[in-house]
Design a protein around this ligand. Sequence first.
Ligand code: ASP
Length: 360
Amino acid sequence: MQRHFPHLIDLDNYPVSSWNDIIDLAIDIKRNKHIYVGACNGKIMATLFYEPSTRTQMSFQSAMLRLGGGIIGFDNPATSSVAKGESIKDTTKIASSYSDIIVMRHFVEGSVKAAALTADCPVVNAGDGGHLHPTQTLTDLLTLKAEKGTLSGLTVGFCGDLKNGRTVHSLLKALSCYDNNKFVLISTNELKVPTYIKDRISASGKEYIEVNSLEEAIPELDVLYMTRIQRERFGSPEEYERQKNVFCLDAQKMRAAKKDMIVLHPLPRVDEITLEVDDDPRALYFKQANYGMYVRMSLILSILNEDISTKPLLVGKEMPDIKCSNPKCITNMENTLKGSFRNHGGILECEFCDERLLME
Ligand code: ASP
């Protein structure tokens, strides 16, 4: 029987108390760095990055090196056996026999969960297509806790590509678990938050509104979470051209914001925040990227020390004859993988990408 590892595919895998513990430990690591030097001596982390990354990959690597561990892996699958057609399943199986923890980013939705199913060590999702990005969310939660002093009672505006922005999906789900948060979802009609995420907000009893003007929304916000339009997720260059440059945060809009509103952005920025905003003390996105390293140190330590209780990866029903209707789902790409679905009020929901099945 396979061992039950504390994989982090979606923050839902861990109880909220564990998120809080990881954040508190990150705060302690940031304050008392010397105590944690060598805490992961002799451990190895594999970073398997099938998609570009700057902050996530480097902050994970730096986190492990600061803890005294070693790193292996690739960030260009063209130089690994992936280029010869190796499946995610086989690559992960091998990488997990060389390492104590795997951090993986992939352009296919649900792929990191699929990888975790075969791994012989814990696997962390560093972003799976336009689906989820739980370690960015831990970064965002730590930033909010450190800079606003709370994770509750906040009015948070999300602006930009809310459809394809995986950081938005993970953060909305997470902030819905804390009391009295409200969400203002600022996007074009084409780039709205997926329904399954909105259902999660409503099920938690939190309020959200959907608007299309950043100017009108900004005065109410405690936090503004800006995002870029995710060019690589569009079906055609024309579709992207129609959506880009719609939202731009500049000094003039900042003048209408609260004096203590903070601006976050998972980065990279394209042109949705003008450079003049960088000098505003409320612009915290570079500081946020630095918090990411501490939260990843905390996560690596917590996982390797097995300080986290975790839920099984699949809780629904295996249905090999049913296909997920999301063409970007891993179950439609790796044919050895069987579909598995949860029942959401009579509708089947894919356990890999969260897509709700279109019933005919
Ligand atoms: N760096 C974030 C991500 O990997 C945000 C972005 O790419 O826009 O999802």
